[in-house]
Ligand binder design. Structure first.
Ligand SMILES: *Cc1c(COP(=O)(O)O)cnc(C)c1O
Length: 385
């Protein structure tokens, strides 16, 4: 075929009809931990499932294609994917990370730095002079996460990559919030992409896993060596489920964001809501940048309530189609109160700095009918006196 296959096709077709034993259309699950040698000193493609597993390999191949990389490591959690990337750092190396990165990543970077594994500075990466000053310290690695959680702030990946490249730093992007269907950081200049596959990649809230995709073979080799050495690689059954989720990634992302935009418009017009954070709204400060570097605006949105805390609790308790739960990216809609849930470990001051107020609500908009979701919000707001 002359033209390169599109992402939706790659997500559906990778590994299909690749089984030499039975011609299974869907790649089978290899649960075996070990693989017999053909004979003395004659290893097959796989020997031991921590080091390599055929089912995990198909998922890795699909993720590599979708992100436009050269190889991927599938890890047992999103956090072990983040952890794996830090294995590239030596004592004395500097990591620059966003002050509003995922809480678990913040905790990991901070804790490893306190043990002397490397040094870390957390900065506001949208502030160019702050970023420039940090880059003058010659970091080994710059960590990006865009859109941020929970305020959906967008930073310019291409610009930061070229600034970081000029001082010889590696760039890793946590692409969990958008998935490769909506953002491909390697094509914008990054070296490494990290995912919590727990979220949109699997998409059905029934697997915890992660992915690290590398742009070049040398990095890929190092990361897969460390993944095996540290024992961070993902399980075969999990890989099978994520691959099954990945088949529908593109259609899911499309509906997630259609619904999110519908809810964002409804909330913008709601007198109980003082602010809506969604880059898909033209009024959002990240809108133009998101349009430039993303293929869509995603399914996450946050909003600020203009009501007292008792009214807020009644609102949350009245919702029927949004489960009060952490995590995101599943087919089911979720509502989260970041200050007491996902961001509870942060001090009051840190919450304030990050703009996470007690009246901030985050939605992971699911794949239910969009009008049903709006109607559910409307009936819950109608109960507030
Ligand atoms: C959930 C999440 C992680 C951590 O992934 P787990 O699968 O929970 O270990 C990392 N980054 C982001 C942006 C996340 O949302």
């Amino acid at each position: 075929m002359s033209r390169p296959l599109q992402a939706a096709t790659l997500a559906v077709r990778t590994g299909i009809e690749s089984d030499p034993a039975q011609g299974a259309v869907v790649p089978p699950i290899y649960l075996s931990t070990n693989y017999a040698f053909k004979g003395f000193d004659q290893k097959r493609d796989f020997d031991y499932s921590r080091s390599g597993n055929p089912t995990r390999s198909v998922l890795a191949e699909a993720m590599t294609k979708l992100e436009g990389g050269c190889d991927s490591v599938i890890t047992n959690t999103g956090m072990s994917a983040v952890n794996l990337v830090t294995a590239l750092l030596n004592p004395g190396d500097l990591l620059i990370a966003p002050h509003d990165c995922y809480g678990g990543s913040y905790r990991l970077f901070d804790s490893l730095a306190k043990k002397g594994a490397f040094e870390v500075v957390f900065i506001d990466q949208s502030n160019e002079s702050e970023l420039q000053k940090a880059l003058e310290r010659n970091p080994r690695l710059v960590w990006l996460e865009t859109p941020s959680n929970p305020l959906l702030r967008i930073v310019d990946v291409q610009k930061i990559c070229s600034m970081a490249k000029s001082v010889g730093a590696l760039i890793a992007v946590d692409n969990t919030f958008l998935s490769p269907a909506l953002q491909q950081p390697l094509l914008l200049g990054a070296d490494i992409v990290v995912h919590s596959a727990t979220k949109y990649l699997n998409g059905h809230s029934d697997v915890v896993a992660g992915v690290v995709v590398s742009k070049d073979p040398e990095l890929a080799e190092k990361l897969s060596w460390w993944a095996n050495c540290l024992g961070l690689t993902g399980g075969a059954f999990d890989s099978y489920l994520i691959l099954r989720g990945l088949r529908t990634l593109n259609v899911r992302m499309r509906t997630h964001q259609e619904n999110a935009l519908q809810l964002a418009h409804y909330l913008t017009d709601n007198p109980w809501v003082s602010h809506v954070y969604y880059p898909g709204l033209e009024s959002d400060p990240g809108h133009q940048l998101a349009k430039k570097q993303q293929a869509g605006f995603g399914g996450m949105l946050s909003f600020e309530l203009a009501m007292d805390l008792d009214q807020m609790k009644l609102l949350l308790a009245s919702l029927e189609l949004f489960s009060l739960a952490e995590s995101l990216g599943g087919v089911e809609s979720l509502v989260c109160h970041p200050a007491t849930m996902t961001h509870a470990a942060m001090s009051e001051e840190a919450l304030e700095n990050a703009g996470v107020s007690q009246r901030l609500i985050r939605l992971s908009v699911g794949l239910e009918d969009g009008h049903d979701l709006v109607a559910d919000l409307a009936q819950a707001f109608a109960r507030i006196a």
